[in-house]
Design a protein around this ligand. Structure first.
Ligand code: C2E
Ligand code: MG
Ligand code: MG
Ligand code: MG
Length: 294
């Protein structure tokens, strides 16, 4: 992959310079600093909807970093860096605490109760103590575990460094957390693991959604995943829904939930609250039907 090539090149051609000479390591220091000083990291939230009635089904928390000099840096750029350099457990703990603090705030404000799904990195499973971070966060913020869902990719679930993940997932589920497989279908793994791993939900990767409904191969794959998920009694959410035609196709095929720019972009908590207040004052329950994107 491009990522691997990039790393190899860096390793091969990097002479023994001061760490500050590598822009990547400069960024790493900035990230350490961001975690220490606060105010630069933020969670955005992207709503997820039930297709049958357009009601809010949940929110995905997505990390954002407003770098003081370079502006917004995408998680795709700094999360791999944090993972490579031992910072992901700390960053992951920050995400857990931040999401729970936000949910506690929403509870106090009587905002709609929605499950918040956070992304869990492999490093959190084998470097940090994910279970402890979750349990202490839930207790501290008095949020029930059923309102905090965990998204893990196939590569995370099947990473050997994480050990036997099934009993750990089972324990997290017993505590009440929902478990979703993120980017489902892109992991190059055998489907057999679905028999053994206790999960609740598949997140169909947006790569399969993008060319719907015209692309016959993608349409066939999506239909097959939906049929399989019904048989396995797993929920399915389609990611990256950008057009009405995609939505209509997914609805016709019986996909239960959707998330994507067609419905809503990820946004700061304050914007979400403003939208909920507006809906409430318009006489709709804040859980009610979505309003069209501005
Ligand atoms: P992901 O978990 O698969 O998140 C979905 C990504 O798709 C998000 O990108 C979201 O903004 C984007 N997206 C949502 N709807 C659409 C759409 O309709 N079209 C398109 N083209 N994109 C859409 P984002 O926020 O840049 O995050 C990228 C990835 O970074 C995430 O993929 C996740 O793997 C990782 N990530 C983000 N936040 C965290 C975090 O707190 N912890 C960990 N470990 N990873 C995170
Ligand atoms: Mg995700
Ligand atoms: Mg995803
Ligand atoms: Mg992804």
């Amino acid at each position: 992959s491009a990522k691997r090539t990039g790393r190899n090149l860096t390793q091969r051609f990097r002479p023994a310079l001061d760490v500050q000479d590598s822009p990547q390591l400069g960024l790493l220091n900035d990230l350490r600093n961001a975690l220490a000083v606060g105010g630069q990291l933020e969670l955005y939230y992207q709503p997820q909807y039930r297709l049958e009635d357009d009601r809010l089904a949940g929110l995905e928390a997505l990390l954002r970093w407003r770098h003081p000099r370079d502006g917004m840096i995408s998680p795709g750029d700094f999360i791999p860096l944090a993972e490579r350099h031992g910072l992901m457990a700390t960053l992951g703990d920050w995400v857990i605490d931040q999401a729970l603090a936000q949910m506690a705030h929403w509870q106090r404000m009587e905002m709609p109760e929605a499950t918040v799904w956070i992304n869990i990195s492999a490093m959190q499973l084998f470097q940090g103590d994910l279970e402890t971070a979750l349990a202490s966060g839930l207790a501290r913020h008095r949020v029930p575990a059923r309102l905090l869902g965990l998204e893990l990719t196939e590569s995370v679930l099947l990473d050997e460094r994480a050990g036997d993940i099934a009993p750990r997932l089972e324990k997290l589920r017993r505590q009440g957390h929902g478990i979703a497989i993120d980017d489902f279908g892109t992991g190059y793994s055998s489907l057999g693991y679905l028999k053994h791993l206790p999960v609740d939900k598949l997140k169909l990767d947006r790569a399969f959604i993008h060319a719907l409904p015209g692309d016959r191969a993608d349409a066939a794959i999506v239909c097959a995943v939906l049929a399989m998920a019904r048989g396995l009694e797993l929920e399915v959410i389609a990611e990256g829904v950008e057009t009405e035609a995609q939505r209509d196709f997914l609805l016709a095929q019986g996909c239960a939930q959707v998330q994507g720019f067609f419905y809503a972009r990820p946004r700061p908590a304050a914007q979400l609250e403003a939208q909920w207040r507006e809906q409430a004052s318009a006489g709709l329950s804040a859980q009610g039907k979505r309003v069209a994107e501005a």
